[in-house]
Write a protein that binds this ligand. Structure first.
Ligand SMILES: *Cc1c(COP(=O)(O)O)cnc(C)c1O
Length: 453
């Protein structure tokens, strides 16, 4: 025990001395210990002392089928014995071709071309550059501006920050970031009493229309997080907004970029969130669902195993780059573009979706969770309890300005990895979570909240 304790604390010290941790004020770790994780299995993470934590946030929203999933492990191990990596310029390989074909078959119609990046932010960069470059190649070089929703989050590189509206991430870098316009977000928490989420979404779409009407000549694209604005605090909105956005972008010749980095891969209940948009009356005619001009995927696409992102786009956009001149091509690359190991993890993820009928099973799990979460929903200090697919969130009425920090620390004591955003607590668990684990999550969260209010 003493030996293990010292191994534990020495790892913490070494980490604080050598590793600059992300999204962290490092000085906080003078009082708040890091959690040294030794291994993971299913929804559980285990620290060096063998203490366990239920990963309620899927390790920053990436894990889908549990830690150390045997099927994903086997796929990656198999690929390791064949080819770990080859550059994707001038070369190709089976995993990247298969993944592109399968994504094309699964995605909303018309998205036949896959361009790969290494992480979410790079997917945003790719889509913004590709959109502006498309307009340049098609004779409208003045279309270089972008619009996003208020409280939007699309990543933290400089280009992605220019369409991100989270002050904490932006303010220090204001001088480095291009200013782009934002339009009202359809988050139903902002609706006045008596206004339905649908009516509120429609009203926000009117504001988008007014903005496009005035500025469309200079706008390349509108980028949006479909159905849930994650980093805004799991803000949820009515899918009719997406139908309206599609219609307006068509009318004003503006690309629609669907950033499904967090919400894609089944998180909202359908494989892609865009599928839930109700019948639009546009050229993209389908029973339900819209096709964006760009669909961005990352996070869950490898099941949470390896960094990979993909930007899917249309034949029209692809064709605008297809020419004899080099400079008309899309000259963008990352060293690890289309990494075979990551592609195999993504293929294993798609296999599991098919073999385990994941979307249907998740529907049953979500219904179960909503039933057993009733005490949370009814809790006098809990507000705006909400659910979309496999995401739950609520605000806690608390006197503590440092609620998020306290909740995190107290969560660990109750075997939960909770990572609230402000006073918003959310659950975004791996899909493999079992009924007893869901019950554990509710019971222990109630204990944490009751100790904090
Ligand atoms: C996480 C996220 C990103 C950025 O992805 P990274 O891999 O962290 O760069 C972009 N958009 C959305 C909606 C996200 O949730």
């Amino acid at each position: 025990m003493i030996l293990r304790m010292s191994a534990n604390s020495s790892l913490l010290e070494r980490s604080l001395s050598a590793v600059w941790h992300p999204c962290t004020q490092m000085k906080r770790h003078e009082t708040l210990p890091l959690v040294p994780i030794a291994r993971g299995e299913g929804v559980w993470l285990y620290d060096l002392d063998g203490k366990r934590y239920l990963d309620t946030v899927s390790s920053w929203w990436v894990n889908l089928f549990g830690h150390c999933n045997p099927r994903t492990n086997a796929a990656v191990a198999d690929q390791l014995g064949k080819l770990e990596h080859v550059m994707l310029a001038g070369f190709t390989h089976e995993p990247v071709v298969q993944l592109s074909e399968r994504l094309r078959a699964l995605a909303p119609s018309g998205l036949g071309h896959c361009f790969y990046g290494s992480d979410g932010a790079s997917a945003t960069e790719i889509a913004l550059k590709m959109s502006a470059h498309y307009w340049r190649n098609t004779g409208r070089p003045q279309k270089t501006e972008f619009i996003s929703l208020q409280n939007s989050y699309h990543g933290e590189t400089l280009g992605a920050l220019s369409v991100t509206d989270v002050a904490l991430f932006r303010d220090a870098y204001g001088a480095l970031i291009r200013q782009n316009a934002t339009v009202p977000c359809p988050d139903w928490r902002n609706a006045e009493a008596g206004v339905s989420p649908e009516d509120y979404a429609l009203r926000c779409a009117t504001a988008l229309e007014a903005h496009l009407q005035e500025h469309h000549d200079n706008i390349a694209a509108f980028i949006v997080e479909p159905l849930i604005q994650g980093a805004a605090g799991m803000a949820m909105y009515h899918p009719v907004y997406l139908s309206k956005a599609r219609e307006l972008c068509d009318r004003f010749d503006v690309h629609l970029i669907a950033d499904e980095i967090a919400v894609g891969m089944g998180r909202t209940g359908t494989l892609f969130a865009c599928e839930q948009a109700p019948r639009p009356h546009t050229k993209h005619r389908q029973e339900r669902g819209i096709s964006p001009d760009f669909l961005l995927l990352s996070k869950g696409i490898t099941g949470g195993y390896l960094p990979l992102s993909v930007v899917m786009t249309t034949e029209d956009i692809y064709r605008a780059f297809y020419a004899d001149e080099t400079a008309r091509g899309f000259l963008h690359s990352h060293s690890y573009t289309g990494n075979p190991l990551a592609c195999r993890a993504a293929l294993a993820t798609l296999d599991i979706f098919a073999e385990d009928d994941v979307l249907n099973v998740n529907r049953t799990k979500a219904a179960f969770f909503n039933r057993i979460a009733q005490p949370l929903r009814d809790h006098p200090k809990v507000k705006n309890f909400r659910n979309t697919g496999m995401v739950w969130a609520f605000e806690v009425d608390t006197p503590h300005a440092d609620f998020a920090q306290r909740c995190f620390s107290l969560g660990l004591q109750h075997e939960l990895l909770l990572r609230p955003m402000g006073n918003t607590v959310y659950f975004m668990p791996p899909y493999v979570i079992r009924e007893d684990e869901m019950q554990f999550l509710v019971t222990h969260t109630l204990k944490v909240i009751d100790r904090l209010i």
